[in-house]
Structure formats: C-alpha cells, structure tokens
Design a protein around this ligand. Structure first.
Ligand code: NAD
Length: 263
C-alpha cells in the first residue's frame, strides 16, 4: 500500500488524532468539494452494508438476488429480498454523518452528495443537492409502461408480487439493480464539474461506475479525503497529492472533522 496520511479517533479524548496537519491543509485547499457516499454512511443508522455480519446479506447474496436478471426471470425470488430490505429501511433516521454533510452544504463547504444509497437519509438530514445514482427504495416502477407509485408498507406483506395497475407487469422498487445503468448521470456530471476535492465516505468503491468519480478527480490533479472504518481498494491505489484517510466510524469522525477544522 502507498504511504497515506491517516487520521484516527482518540476514543478517550474524543478527538481526531494523527496526520491532522495534512487534513487541515487538504481541507483549506479544497476545490469544489463533492461527497461520494456508500452503504457505510448509513450503518450507524442501523442499515447494514454488504459486509455486515447480519442475516439480510447472508441470506440474500446481492449478486444473486439484486440483479436485473433475477427480477426478470423470477420476480417472486427478487421480491424476497425487496421485502426484507424494505422492512430494514422502515423507520430509520439520519445519523450524525448525514447531518454533518447537510451542515457542510449549508455552510457552502460542499457542493453536494453523489450517493449509491437508496435509503433517502441524506435528504431526511437536510441535504439539498443529492444525486441518487442507484435510485430510491421509496417508490416502485414498472419496466413495461413506466408507471411509478410510492412504496407502501402493504408491499412488505408476503404474497403475490405487486403488479402494475396499468399493464399488469411485475413492479420493482425504483432502485438500480446490478445490470442496469445508473440514474441521474447528467446531474452527477454537473456536480462533478471542476471538483478538485472528493470526500469518499463509507464505500468500498468497487461498484462501477460510482468508483470512477474519485478516479476522475485524481486524474485532474485533485485529492480524496476518504472516510472509512478500514483501508479500501481506493486507499491502496492512492488518494492524490493531498489525500488523507480518516479511519473510524463516520458518524463520529465527520462531526469531529467539522468541529476541529472549523475552529
Ligand atoms: P459496501 O457494502 O460495498 O461497502 C461499505 C463500506 O463502508 C465498506 O468499505 C466498509 O468498510 C465501510 N463502512 C462500514 N461501516 C462504516 C462506518 N460506520 N463508518 C465508515 N465506513 C463504514 O457498500 P457500497 O460501496 O455502498 O456499495 C455497494 C452497494 O450497496 C451500493 O450500490 C448501494 O446502493 C448498496 N447498498 C445500499 C444501502 C443503503 O441504501 N443504505 C445498504 C446496503 C447496500
């Protein structure tokens, strides 16, 4: 692994420690900062990521149940995952990381958030510029005729697959399955314009094309501030000239980052 400046959590004193000067310098020199978030930002809200040692992803391999092919060939099987995931998302609230990102946007320190998440927690925290690359679980849509309707708890009940009231085809959550193109690519492009600093937060940065955005920032000479509980593939391939890994639970790290860097 390349040598990467790293900031950690001092649990006892509840402060960030380590290469703080590098972090301060990187943040002071930020250019059009944008955040790219993944499942890890919502783990502290109680929504497990793919790696979490939890029943959901143990029973439903995303590469088996979360594909377009699965939905098209066996919608009843795909709906086993959609129901469990839908139940998991019910009643979840933004955590301090979502709130810190909304604060940063309000202060003018962040242009917006590109998220791979489908849980709507950035918007719930008050973020206004949110690009949902993988869609949202809050509505259902019909691939046949384009009908869209809100997700309701009625869909969580076991039973036949919900069908489109207009054309009778199986409905699917309005999320991007493996095998489908990302959403809002044009909006993402606009947000990425002149971005020289990217906060890569709680993502393994392995899902294409989301993982290409940090690459783009690096190629234009920019840097990455990575927030993760552990080093990732991204860390190992480099974070740019002023890059820093902020290692720890992001619900603790981001508020401390805000507090220590704005004082
Ligand atoms: P991932 O599961 O591949 O990776 C999650 C990353 O977050 C890991 O690198 C992990 O180390 C890190 N992480 C876990 N807890 C953390 C914490 N408390 N603080 C900081 N980092 C933490 O997720 P991904 O990269 O987003 O990609 C997988 C796909 O999973 C995406 O397409 C996304 O749509 C989907 N997904 C979304 C949700 C959601 O909407 N909340 C939940 C699960 C999966």
């Amino acid at each position: 692994m390349k040598q990467v400046a790293t900031v950690r959590l001092d649990e006892e004193r509840s402060v960030l420690t380590g290469d703080l000067d590098s972090l301060k310098m990187a943040w002071a020199g930020r250019r059009n900062a944008v955040a790219l978030t993944g499942a890890g930002v919502s783990v502290e809200s109680g929504i497990p990521d793919f790696r979490s040692d939890c029943g959901l992803w143990r029973r439903f391999d995303p590469m088996e149940y979360g594909t377009l092919e699965c939905f098209l060939h066996d919608p009843a099987k795909a709906w086993e995952l959609y129901r469990e995931l839908g139940a998991t998302l019910q009643g979840k609230e933004p955590n301090p990381a979502h709130i810190a990102l909304a604060d940063m946007e309000r202060r003018g320190d962040l242009k917006g958030v590109l998220t791979q998440n489908i849980d709507g927690l950035h918007q719930a925290a008050g973020s206004r510029m949110v690009v949902e690359l993988h869609g949202t679980h809050s509505s259902l849509h019909c691939l046949g005729c384009g009908h869209v309707e809100p997700f309701s708890t009625a869909f969580l009940q076991p039973g036949p697959v919900p069908t489109c009231p207009a054309c009778g085809q199986a409905l699917k959550p309005n999320v991007v399955l493996f095998g489908e193109p990302v959403r809002e690519a044009a909006m993402a492009r606009t947000l990425m314009e002149r971005c020289g600093t990217m906060l890569v937060i709680g993502t393994s940065a392995e899902v294409v094309p989301a993982c290409l955005y940090p690459e783009e920032v690096l190629q234009s000479g920019g840097s990455i501030l990575e927030f993760n509980v552990e080093a990732t593939v991204r860390t190992h391939s480099g974070l740019g000239p002023n890059g820093v890994l902020v290692q720890g639970p992001v619900g603790r790290m981001l508020p401390l980052f805000l507090k220590q860097l704005s004082s």
